[in-house]
Design a binder for this molecule. Structure first.
Ligand code: PGA
Length: 241
C-alpha cells in the first residue's frame, strides 16, 4: 500500500495563496510510491482542486459536522464535502478535541458520516505530555467505537499533543512503540483492521521525515507547519524519494 503524506494548513493562508502554492508542484515528478494530500480550509477546497491540475495532490478538509443537514448555522456536512468533492477529512485532531471540546463519541460520529459518503476519515489520536506514561489507556479511549467503522476506508493519525507545533518530535523509539501498540490494538478480537494505515504527526520536518517514515508500522505522515510553504513542503517530499 502506498504511504500517505498529508499536509494540514489549519486556519492559515489566504485565498490568493492557492495558485502560487500549487505552481511550485506543477511539472515536477515525484516518487509515486507515495500518495500526497493537503487538508485545506473547506472554503478553499474547490479552488484547490482546480489549482492542482497536474500536481499529484488529493484535497481534503479539516473538519465535518456530526449532523446530516438542517438548521446548524456554520456547519458543513459530509454530503457537502462529497459534493465538492474532497477525498479525505481529518476528524478528532487534538486542536478540535481540546479547543472545541470534541468528545470521542462525536469524533466517531463524524468519521461515520464521512464513510457514508465515501470520504476517507483521517482519525486523529494522541496523548498529552501528562498522559505520556499512560498512552495506551488514552489512545484506547480515543479509539472507542472505532471497530464500528469500515476498515477499508479508514486511516489513523497518531499525533502526540506535546509534539504538535512545538518543534519537539517524538523520538524514533517512542514512535515505534506507540505505532506498534496501535497496530496490535487493531489486530485484537475478531475484527480485520490489520490493513488500516497509521500515520505519524507532530513537528515533522524535512530533516526528520525520512527517518520517521522508514520506521516499521509508520504508514505515512501528517504535517502541519512544514506544509505551509510550498518550497519547504516540496523539499520535505523530495527527502522521501
Ligand atoms: P505540526 O502539526 O507538523 O505543525 O506539528 C501537525 C498537525 O497538527 O497535524
Amino acid at each position: 500500500m502506498k504511504k500517505l503524506i498529508l499536509g494540514n494548513w489549519k486556519m492559515q493562508k489566504l485565498f490568493s495563496d492557492i495558485n502560487p502554492y500549487f505552481k511550485v508542484f506543477k511539472a515536477k515528478t515525484y516518487n509515486f510510491s507515495l500518495k500526497l494530500g493537503l487538508a485545506v480550509p473547506t472554503l478553499y477546497a474547490k479552488s484547490c482542486l482546480e489549482a492542482i491540475e497536474t500536481t499529484p495532490f488529493m484535497i481534503g478538509a479539516q473538519n465535518v459536522s456530526e449532523y446530516d443537514n438542517g438548521a446548524y448555522t456554520g456547519e458543513i456536512s459530509a454530503k457537502m464535502l462529497a459534493s465538492i468533492p474532497v477525498s479525505f477529512c481529518l476528524v478528532g485532531h487534538s486542536e478540535r478535541r481540546q479547543l472545541f471540546h470534541e468528545t470521542s463519541a462525536v469524533v466517531l460520529k463524524k468519521a461515520k458520516k464521512l464513510q457514508e459518503v465515501g470520504i476517507l476519515p483521517i482519525f486523529c489520536i494522541g496523548e498529552t505530555l501528562n498522559e505520556k506514561n499512560n498512552f495506551k489507556t488514552v489512545l484506547k479511549q480515543q479509539l472507542e467505537g472505532v471497530f464500528e467503522l469500515n476498515p477499508k476506508n479508514l486511516v489513523i493519525a497518531y499525533e502526540p499533543v506535546w509534539a504538535i507545533g512545538t518543534g519537539k518530535t517524538a523520538s524514533l523509539e517512542d514512535i515505534l512503540e506507540v505505532h506498534s501498540y496501535i497496530k496490535s490494538f487493531f489486530k485484537e478480537g475478531s475484527y480485520d483492521f490489520s490493513q488500516v494505515q497509521v500515520l505519524y504527526g507532530g513537528s515533522v520536518s524535512a530533516s526528520n521525515a525520512a527517518s520517521i517514515l522508514k520506521l516499521a508500522n509508520v504508514d505515512g505522515l501528517l504535517i502541519g507547519g512544514a506544509s505551509l510553504e510550498a518550497l519547504e513542503f516540496e523539499k520535505l517530499i523530495c527527502t522521501l524519494s
